[in-house]
Design a binder for this molecule. Structure first.
Ligand code: ISJ
Length: 277
């Protein structure tokens, strides 16, 4: 038997439908859960063959010649508010000088800077990481970006202004926002993994109520909220509207120097496509 395909998956609730029972569906995969930022680093180091990585990290890898390939048709995206990517600010957005960014994120880190620049003309002079272990309310930065499961339980009340960044993006551009993509290292032999992942996504969404009941209580969220989050708030397709959102984001992030110039989308082409004619 050939070596297992090393698959990195985001540990947050939002990604669960994309790899629903993947290890049962495919015996030759090794599934590893991690934070989005860590998955990006591990894919870059060659410790994984394919991973759900922050979309901005695809462009960084592609722009530095890593030979990354996007699996067509899949994404973690939102067409309106996403609920789990929020900027909590103690001062009016236009006055943010010191910004703390969730250490688990990469894409939303860039989105925060793109949005602050485009919507408020703000480029914070001091940018730091919000460590995973630090309670959000303990950060003394002017504003704090928080993503994923923990973002959904941070109260708004202690802050001056709070924004859902996917909603803000949609209001600014009229486009969906793409947070993460399945990205493979070029040359990785994925076998029939793309087809298996498509089946997992279908099964995951069919079993969204089971995922909501399993994870809601653990995360301190009610099951109906989780179900709504998985089935209505998030979208898992990479269609034309998502691609338009992704390209616009890449353009704006490039202008701010957050992505190298010339990074373009390259899609993974199944190895048996040519054989099928
Ligand atoms: C919507 C979210 O998407 C996540 C956000 C990411 C990022 O900001 O880099 C990466 C992966 C996604 O799972 C979230 O975690 O809340």
């Amino acid at each position: 038997m050939s070596a297992p395909v090393r698959v990195g998956v985001v540990s947050y609730l939002n990604a669960k439908p994309l790899y629903y029972r993947l290890d049962e569906a495919s015996p030759n995969v090794q599934v590893e859960q991690d934070l989005p930022s860590r998955l990006a680093d591990r894919l870059r180091l060659g410790e994984l063959d394919i991973a759900l990585i922050p979309s901005v990290e695809y462009f960084r890898g592609a722009g530095t010649g890593l030979g990354y390939e996007v699996l067509p048709g899949f994404a973690i995206a939102a067409r309106g508010p996403v609920r789990s990517v929020k900027l909590f600010s103690r001062v009016p957005f236009g006055q943010i000088k010191r910004l703390a960014l969730d250490a688990g994120s990469r894409t939303s880190q860039a989105l925060t800077r793109v949005w602050l620049d485009a919507a408020h003309g703000v480029r914070p002079s001091r940018i730091e990481l919000l460590p995973m272990g630090l309670p959000v309310l303990e950060s003394t930065a002017d504003a704090v970006l928080v993503i994923g499961d923990r973002a959904m339980t941070v109260p708004d009340a202690p802050f001056h202004e709070v924004v859902d960044l996917a909603e803000a993006w949609n209001e600014m551009t009229g486009l969906p926002f793409v947070f993460a993509l399945w990205v493979a290292r070029s040359g990785a032999d994925l076998g029939d993994l793309p087809e298996t992942l498509a089946r997992c996504r279908t099964a995951g969404l069919t079993h969204a109520s089971e995922l909501a009941s399993e994870h809601g209580p653990r995360l301190g969220l009610d099951v109906a909220t989780c179900y709504d989050y998985l089935t209505r708030v998030l979208s898992y397709d990479l269609g034309e509207p998502e691609l338009a959102g992704l390209r616009r984001f890449a353009q704006m992030a490039t202008q701010l120097g957050l992505i190298p110039r010339g990074a373009d989308l390259v899609f993974h082409r199944p190895s048996d496509l040519a054989a099928r004619g």
